[in-house]
Design a protein around this ligand. Structure first.
Ligand code: NAP
Length: 295
């Protein structure tokens, strides 16, 4: 029997509806949650992501402001902008869209954002809180969204082997930190694989939960998957497809059609993990507004 699909669009819509309710409650007490998005340069993909984030804010009743800076912006100018956003009490969440132009020091930018407004969860204070299992920080949106997919799909994670392929700071590492915690939708035995992992299949075949965040189509084939496993595919790669009007389509890291015959649960690409990322950004922003209101 083919694996059951985890429908990220439906689960993300549920999160958005819940956030919209929380926004309405905050607004009734005079607080309008606001996300400030900073875009440096004119990377076309970043412009699309930023526009989608802005629209999503408006849809749940939040305020948003997108600040577009030229590719020639200096480190000092960007830092000054972040200082003013940190000091602006009407702004609850701040996000600087990556990638950055080469003159910008990415880690200095992340460190300059007030951790209380760091809704991407990349500031070392929030990274540390996640590692320590403290729940008053912000968890990066994509791993938080994957945990939400597992929760919504009623996966009883306790004691399971969770194998994560990819160790980036935005997906793989925080994902591992989440799943290893002692708490709900966690308590897994976690393995993290990367470029130097000796035999990837040995690890993936053990996985009750397989999460792949690499960006390499076809990396995960059916023989690498344990029968009945939950497979969550973060990868997004645009490949040529002459059958499509656009001439291209998006695919994940997983050989979807073949793996679906082996797995128990699987996310499609698109429509799986992707929609959750923005939904969790909205949730983080409303949390920031709630916390700043009671601080
Ligand atoms: P990244 O920073 O490029 O990290 C990729 C990771 O994959 C690295 O840790 C790399 O190992 C590992 N890797 C590369 N080849 C491998 C192999 N053959 N075997 C095992 N591991 C291998 O990428 P990222 O930012 O995490 O993103 C990963 C993918 O997810 C991309 O396709 C991206 O577009 C997508 N993504 C989607 C969302 C969403 O919302 N759906 C969000 C974020 C990212 P090393 O560390 O050793 O180089």
């Amino acid at each position: 029997m083919p694996a059951e699909l985890i429908d990220g669009k439906v689960i993300a819509a549920g999160v958005r509806a819940e956030v919209a309710g929380e926004v309405a409650t905050l607004k009734a007490s005079g607080i309008v949650p606001k996300l400030a998005v900073v875009l440096v340069g004119d990377d076309p993909a970043s412009a699309v992501y930023v526009a989608a984030k802005g629209r999503a804010c408006v849809e749940v009743g939040m305020a948003e402001s997108t600040i577009r800076l030229p590719a020639t912006t200096s480190q000092g100018e960007l830092m000054q902008l972040l200082d003013s956003l940190n000091a602006d009490s009407t702004v609850h969440g701040i996000l600087v869209q990556s990638p950055f132009p080469s003159q910008i020091d990415c880690s200095a930018v992340i460190r300059r954002i007030d951790p209380a407004k760091d809704v991407d969860g990349f500031h070392p204070v929030n990274v540390g809180k996640l590692m320590a299992g403290e729940r008053d920080g912000f968890v990066p949106c994509t791993p938080a969204g994957i945990q939400e997919l597992l929760r919504a799909s009623n996966v009883a994670t306790r004691g399971l082997d969770c194998v994560i392929v990819g160790r980036s700071n935005i997906v793989g590492k925080p994902m591992a930190a989440l799943m290893v915690q002692d708490g709900p939708v966690a308590n897994c035995t976690v393995t993290v694989c990367h470029r130097y992992t000796r035999d990837l299949a040995v690890h993936t075949r053990r996985a009750d939960i397989l999460i792949t965040a690499v960006g390499r189509p076809g990396l995960i084939t059916a023989d690498m998957v344990k029968p009945g496993a939950a497979v969550l595919d973060v990868g997004i790669t645009r490949i040529p497809d002459p059958t499509r009007k656009s001439g291209t389509r998006l695919v994940g890291d997983v050989d979807f059609d073949a793996v679906r015959e082996v797995a128990g649960l699987i996310t499609p690409v698109p429509g799986g993990v992707g929609p959750m990322t923005i939904a969790m950004l909205l949730r983080n922003t409303v949390r920031a507004a709630q916390r700043l209101a009671t601080a």
